[in-house]
Ligand binder design. Structure first.
Ligand SMILES: [Zn+2]
Length: 338
């Protein structure tokens, strides 16, 4: 079959379509013919490599798969059905899995990051990790609402427990997780504010539901930028200085939920502010099958909307990576597999 295989880390040019043997379908697995695979920033890290982290090379990248069942079936899906694949798999039988805490399963593996993913004609996945594709979405659209919205759902709904009428600030608001968090907090009835890096991104954040947008300025601390505005919850994926300064924007009992550190993985925390104001810092990563199902239901009901920036053939994976790396991209870049 055709596939992109990363054998060594490097620039976008290393992403070439090669011929490899099709995956062997394991016990309780279903073979999916990939129709579309949406890309995430994670794909860039897998390609470039991350200092201090070892990816299992060679690997087929791609976490967000929509396709058609080619071989095998589940209790509720059969050959020929249109499906999306959860961007991860777990053991399915440990205490964490049985509690619904998929993320904390010791065998939690992300497609295209710690096991082969969807930049290929076929992918074999555990039967319990498939969902019917929302009927109202194309394959490209369906593939675009998986990893990032799942991560945002876990942050906003499960960890931060955002409630109607709360004031929520989303940082890194034009990225995959940030833009999903705006939509999700808006669906919950919160007043959502977005921190963005330019006017074009502000416009995008408003189409997602943000009530107001604040353009970030490197040399202006956030509490100056925001004046008297304070928030019940901050959804942060930027880390570093933004994390530090966003802590100052929280009302008493406010919480900051973090899932990433695109600017810097370290930040200073003033413990006095934390305890005097009864603040909470919540860590969050990816999500569970239950949460994936909720996002897909919202998508089928038309409440959660996909935003596809560009669809390219698998052969143009290197171009797709370059587009994402330019960081100007609003919405998802999707690879189509024919
Ligand atoms: Zn488990």
């Amino acid at each position: 079959m055709k596939a992109i295989v990363i054998e060594r880390h490097g620039p976008p040019e290393i992403l070439k379509v090669v011929d490899v043997p099709p995956p062997k379908r394991g016990a309780n697995e279903v073979l999916v013919r990939v129709r579309a695979c949406a890309l995430n920033h994670l794909d860039i890290w897998v390609r470039k490599g991350v200092e201090g982290h070892k990816f299992p090379l060679p690997i087929i990248p791609g976490s967000d798969v929509a396709g058609v069942i080619e071989e095998g079936e589940t209790d509720y899906l059969k050959k020929g059905d249109e499906v999306v694949v959860a961007p991860f798999e777990t053991c399915g039988h440990c205490e964490m899995c049985l509690q619904g805490n998929d993320v904390q399963c010791r065998e939690y593996r992300i497609l295209g990051e710690s096991r082969d993913g969807g930049c290929a004609e076929l992918v074999s996945v555990k039967a319990g990790f498939l969902f019917p594709k929302p009927k109202n979405l194309s394959f490209a659209e369906a593939s675009s609402i998986l990893l990032a919205p799942l991560t945002a759902y876990h942050m906003v709904v499960t960890r931060a427990k955002v409630e109607p009428k709360e004031d929520v600030l989303v940082t890194g608001a034009s990225g995959g997780v940030g833009s999903s968090a705006i939509q999700i907090a808006t669906i919950l009835g919160a007043n959502v504010f977005a921190l963005v890096s330019n006017d074009e991104k502000a416009k995008f954040a408003k189409t997602l539901g943000a009530k107001d947008c604040i353009v970030y300025k490197e040399d202006t601390p956030l509490d100056q930028l925001f004046g008297k505005m304070r928030f019940d919850c901050v959804v942060d994926s930027v880390g570093g200085k933004v994390f530090e300064q966003a802590m100052r924007l929280l009302r008493p009992f406010g919480r900051l939920v973090t899932c990433g550190a695109t600017s810097s993985p370290t930040a200073t925390l003033d413990l006095r502010r934390l305890f005097f104001r009864s603040l909470s810092v919540l860590g969050s990563t990816m999500g569970s099958r239950f949460e994936m199902l909720k996002v897909l239901k919202w998508a089928e009901e038309g409440i959660f909307r996909p935003f596809v920036h560009k669809v390219l053939p698998l052969e143009e994976a290197s171009t797709a990576h370059r587009i994402i790396e330019e960081r100007g991209v609003l919405g998802k870049v999707v690879l189509e597999v024919s």
